[in-house]
Design a binder for this molecule. Structure first.
Ligand code: SF4
Length: 339
């Protein structure tokens, strides 16, 4: 196991398979126009598979497929099958907005998908439309039903909470999670690249979320567990559990073992990193697997990133990357990095 400069192991890899998305969520893709990664730069499945082999040889044992929206990548079950056959990979998960899930979930599960997280920020059709600029809430519900069937009581719902937008739906979402057999995780609105409408006033903190939920549910007990997972988990009186990811007000950089590979093979050591390592160029330039392994080792051992903690330490905090800079480099966008 390799440790970085702050003693954190290299374990989790978030693997973006496309920068495209079929939603335009306000906290991620609020602009009208986007600069996309050139098609020819996207890694082929064989290239992704080779890189994953190298990452696994360096200690990665958990991979999560992300996007953009990963189900937009053609033949995704084929990649899933290639990855699930790898020894040393203990966890293979997927994050999706759920729109295309009902059609693909059986093929993905047969190919080895073990865990799934579905993003859903509101249960109200009008709000969904305003928040995502899409009318597909019914298809997301179909995706949830499919997940209930294929991963009973084993999937998660991720909700980004924005003050004044969906902060009145926390308990409705918990009840929805109970009904479909999913654990809900509330995520504080983050000022990452792409969140051009972010402001501190729009963040509902973990403490505020807990206060709101206590009004409805009474005592909420924290669950004590030893985990590097980003969510702190809680339990309601009836045994229902939920999580809160407080990346903005109480970051967890000190235990962060995650890095991100974009669909075009740039490796980022932090969600806030402005520079990445170009593994596509190395792979296509004929650099050997051993040498790429050494690039990964060198990058990780030098890693001292703790972006969210540094953002928190700033006094006056605004959107992290200005729109102009995002238009010049799509790699700075959260939808390219896989969130
Ligand atoms: S800000 Fe960077 S170091 Fe901190 S938890 Fe997020 S990815 Fe990890």
């Amino acid at each position: 196991m390799i440790a970085d400069a702050l003693g954190r192991s290299l374990r989790n890899l978030r693997l973006s398979v496309t920068d495209r998305c079929n939603l335009r969520c306000e906290y991620c893709m609020p602009e009208d126009e986007y600069q996309w990664l050139p098609r020819e730069d996207l890694l082929h499945f064989e290239e992704i598979s080779s890189l994953v082999d190298i990452f696994v040889s360096q200690g990665v044992d958990r991979v999560r497929l992300t996007g953009g929206e990963p189900l937009l990548r053609r033949d995704l079950p084929k990649l899933m099958a290639m990855l699930s056959a790898k020894h040393g990979l203990n966890d293979l998960a997927l994050t999706t907005n759920g729109i295309l899930l009902a059609d693909q979930i059986d093929a993905l599960a047969s190919a080895g998908l073990r865990r799934i997280t579905i993003s859903l920020d509101t249960l109200r059709a009008d709000r969904f439309k305003a928040l995502t600029r899409s009318d597909e809430l019914a298809r997301v519900h179909e995706g949830m039903q499919a997940a209930t069937r294929v991963f009973p009581s084993r999937f998660k719902i991720d909700t980004v909470v924005i003050k004044g937008v969906n902060d009145d739906e926390l308990s409705d979402l918990i009840e929805y999670g109970k009904a479909v057999g999913a654990e809900v995780r509330f995520i504080e609105y983050m000022d990452v690249g792409g969140a051009t409408r972010w402001s501190p006033e729009r963040v509902l903190s973990r403490n505020d979320m807990l206060a709101l939920l206590s009004e409805r549910y009474g005592t909420i007990a924290p669950i004590v567990e030893d985990s590097s997972a980003p969510a702190d988990r809680y339990q309601l009186g009836d045994g229902t559990t939920f999580g809160i990811i407080s990346s903005t007000t109480q970051p967890f950089c000190s235990s962060c073992d995650r890095s991100r590979l974009t669909a075009d093979g740039m490796w980022y050591l932090c969600l806030y990193a402005t520079q990445g390592v170009d593994l596509r160029a190395a792979l296509r330039g004929g650099v050997s697997a051993d040498q790429i392994a050494s690039m990964i080792r060198g990058g990780w051992t030098a890693r001292d990133d703790r972006g969210a903690e540094q953002r928190l330490a700033l006094g006056d905090r605004r959107a992290f990357v200005p729109v102009k800079a995002l238009k010049k480099d799509p790699h700075l966008e959260m939808h390219t990095r896989g969130g």
